[in-house]
Design a protein around this ligand. Structure first.
Ligand SMILES: Nc1ncnc2c1ncn2[C@@H]1O[C@H](COP(=O)(O)OP(=O)(O)OP(=O)(O)O)[C@@H](O)[C@H]1O
Ligand SMILES: [Mg+2]
Length: 260
């Protein structure tokens, strides 16, 4: 993932076997934190089955015609489906160099729904799209939100990753799932297992694919009161959840700095 004169973008995939573990919140929060530190960050919602990342930034299909689905149908280049949400997250002009872009994944209208259900989607295009988005938007970091469980787009997103953030809960079903997807995991250098918030049903879990779980996301009751979670880290700068997400942002920033 290279653009002339700049190092390749670092691709970070946020994945969990179970649903509802906080993947989308994590992507939205890391996007905000990293852009506020002056990085050029792109977020891509690869959860084609139940896209949600756009809702964290106030984007709606009616206002913005293109999405990842249009790119995968071959109807547009991916960069045309990238929307700048920098203004939604930081006061202008923001930190020098910082920017936040989002490629949403909604399917808009009955025609597109019909296409989505009936057309074969070539996920080789997704790999190329991640590369092209990074290059065309001159990104430092690409954050990939994923669909949970075993599915083709999650496989593509995991294989594209320089860093895999795995949100784990320790459930029995998840342990079985992790054995299944282990060949897709990148090993100690690039896998970061993170215990999902206890309120999401998480129990103690020591290691994933041989890599120790060293980070844990605390439960935030604020999120259950309908706070717009895309802006959680801004609304609650000294919350323990914001601190832990900040540490994950540190880890990504170091990885970006090491990219040559
Ligand atoms: N640390 C947390 N504390 C409390 N609630 C949380 C936390 N993280 C996420 N939530 C809440 O849990 C729900 C699921 O979060 P989110 O959508 O980010 O998870 P997900 O893994 O992307 O889910 P899905 O499988 O639906 O894509 C949301 O209502 C969110 O606000
Ligand atoms: Mg999600």
């Amino acid at each position: 993932v290279t653009a002339p004169g700049r190092p390749p973008a670092t691709v970070v995939t946020v994945y969990s076997w179970s649903g509802g573990t906080g993947r989308t919140l994590t992507v939205a929060s890391l996007g905000l934190l990293l852009a506020a530190r002056g990085l050029r960050v792109g977020m891509l919602d690869t959860d084609l089955a139940a896209p949600a990342l756009h809702t964290h930034f106030g984007l709606a299909p009616g206002d913005h015609p293109l999405s990842l689905a249009d790119y995968l149908f071959g109807d547009t280049e991916i960069e045309a489906a990238a929307y700048e949400v920098t203004g939604a997250v930081m006061p202008s002009p923001g930190p020098p160099g910082g920017a936040l872009l989002l490629v949403p994944s909604w399917v808009d209208g009955a025609d597109e729904l019909g296409h989505a259900l009936s057309r074969h989607v070539d996920l080789g295009l997704l790999t190329d799209g991640i590369d092209r988005f990074a290059r065309e938007a001159a990104l430092d970091v690409v954050l990939l939100d994923t669909q949970n469980g075993l599915n083709r787009s999650a496989v593509v997103a995991l294989l594209a990753a320089d860093l895999q953030l795995l949100l784990v809960t320790g459930s029995t079903a998840e342990l079985e799932g992790m054995v299944l997807i282990e060949p897709l995991l990148a090993g100690a250098e690039r896998v970061v297992p993170v215990l999902a918030a206890p309120g999401r049903g998480a129990t103690a879990v020591g290691a994933v694919a041989g890599v120790q779980v060293t980070a844990a996301l605390p439960y935030a009751t604020e999120l259950q009161r309908g706070v717009h979670s895309g802006q959680f880290v801004q609304a609650h700068p000294s919350h323990p959840l914001t601190a832990r997400l900040g540490e994950l942002a540190d880890r990504i920033e170091h990885r970006v700095a090491a990219q040559v």
